[in-house]
Design a protein around this ligand. Structure first.
Ligand code: UD1
Length: 340
């Protein structure tokens, strides 16, 4: 079974391609390489020992998108990662985010209908819950006002797929996976997160600081209403997240799945504070990290973590890695990348 993975050269996409191939699927990568590197594809190929077809395509351009799908119309499913994901950048350039994140989704679903590709897994995010008042968040918890255009683009993507599922003109069956905070890297240390420029996210900032690429990590806020005062997130190993995509495909093709649109949280169901992540990193690396306490970052919420029972039960999925595994693998990847 052939699966098109848009954004397959990116962080979560590359790990998912590997898990797909491991599970016996044939994967094709569609990526414009705007936030990833072509070297990722050869790295994936060396891990999987398979040639992975690659199509360089800007999916927000409908004719380019159409040509790419036309070349792979025998595909049976699409896993759609290709999107911009920087919260601060989205605040600065909202149209860039709406055009790419929504435009690409519309083009992709048009092509799926045209070429009769029935199954879609959509990358959503816990950011759709906004500043959630009740924790842990469940799939049925309300979507509160988003904190950024990025967050809004994920909410819109979900509404769009839900609406599409209720019309006769579309035959697409879709699942939105709401990711919590993916960190870590493949056990080989050959693929991992490769941010362009200065990282926005915590884990790459930690590993780059330890590697001497950044001087000092800022811990954004130690005055939150949490046990140690730093913000809490639900960190999930990127390989566990990748496996959840394969499980979502298996589920959609099974008799158990009888709805055209479903949502699943993908988190470990456990919150960890920024300080707990730092301490885990220090423990597994033996490095004392240079960090300082800084003011809260605009748009950050205090705490969020998942209720993941529905996902575990329905998709027959569970996380295999703990926080130390995540920080250890992220460090192995950073060291290998920089020949340390
Ligand atoms: C955000 C989005 C998430 C999105 C992800 C990808 C929200 C609620 N979440 O995650 O949907 O998929 O970005 O870009 O909008 N921190 C520091 N120092 C740093 C960096 C981060 O202390 O240098 C702290 C943050 O304040 C936060 C935690 O670490 O408390 C995690 O931050 P980050 O890795 O950026 O992810 P989120 O902001 O949670």
């Amino acid at each position: 079974m052939k699966v098109i993975v848009t954004g397959g050269a990116g962080y979560i996409g590359s790990h998912t391609v590997i898990e797909l191939v491991n599970a016996g699927y044939e994967a094709v990568i569609f990526d414009d390489l705007s936030n990833s590197s072509a070297s990722m594809i050869s790295r994936i190929e060396s891990i999987t020992k398979k040639e992975i077809p690659f199509c360089k395509v800007d999916l927000s351009q409908s004719s380019e998108c159409n040509d790419a799908f036309n070349d792979h119309k025998d595909a049976s499913a699409v896993i759609h990662f290709a999107a911009f994901k920087s919260v601060p950048e989205s605040v600065q350039y909202p149209s860039k985010y709406y055009k790419n994140n929504i435009g690409s989704l519309i083009n992709i679903t048009n092509c799926m209908d045209e070429f009769q590709i029935p199954l879609l897994v959509f990358s959503s995010s816990c950011t759709v819950y906004g500043d959630a008042q009740e924790l842990p968040v469940k799939e049925t918890s309300p979507m509160l006002p988003p904190n950024s255009p990025y967050g809004h683009s994920k909410q819109l993507g979900e509404y769009f797929l839900k609406n599409l599922s209720s019309v006769n003109s579309s035959q697409i069956k879709s699942i939105a996976l709401r990711y919590f905070n993916p960190i870590g890297a493949h056990e080989s240390g050959d693929i991992g997160e490769l941010p362009n420029g200065i990282p926005n996210n915590l884990m790459p900032y930690i590993t780059q600081t330890a590697a001497g690429v950044r001087q000092e990590l800022s811990v954004y806020g130690d005055d939150y209403d949490t046990p140690d005062g730093t913000a809490i997130r639900d960190y999930i190993h990127v390989v566990d997240l990748a496996v959840a995509h394969v499980k979502a495909l298996v589920y959609m093709r099974s008799d158990k799945s009888n709805q055209d649109y479903e949502i699943f949280n993908v988190g470990a169901g456990k919150g960890s504070s920024v300080m707990e992540v730092i301490l885990s990193f220090e423990r597994v690396s033996g490095i004392s990290l240079n960090y300082k306490i800084a003011p809260r970052r605009d748009g950050d919420i205090s705490s969020i973590y998942a209720e993941s029972t529905h996902t575990k039960k329905t998709l027959d999925w569970s996380e295999q890695y703990d926080l130390d595994d995540m920080t250890r693998s992220a460090w192995i990847w950073e060291k290998k990348l920089r020949d340390l």
